[in-house]
Design a protein around this ligand. Sequence first.
Ligand code: SF4
Ligand code: SF4
Length: 91
Amino acid sequence: MVHFGDLKPKKGKIHIEKDRCKGCAFCVEYCPKDVLELSEEFNIKGYHPPIVKNEDDCLYCQLCETICPEFAIFVTLKEEEEEGEKGESRP
Ligand code: SF4
Ligand code: SF4
């Protein structure tokens, strides 16, 4: 069995510039963790932008950011401090 030592899985924080979005749903379709879905609401251009449905599952793979033709979504690495509140339980 492979041990990864202290390596923790990365977590992403997703940022959506909803008014840049053209509603193509590439980010929704290609996200490997099914983190996104298209919103019911319309943006300023009349498209349905994505919304985050389960950010905790985001792997920070940045595929959504890479694939978006409109630069309407990007992901930053969630810092450990932000994770603090829901971090591991202590002995
Ligand atoms: S970074 Fe990866 S896992 Fe996170 S929302 Fe984008 S495609 Fe999904
Ligand atoms: S890939 Fe970009 S343009 Fe397409 S739905 Fe996602 S955010 Fe909108």
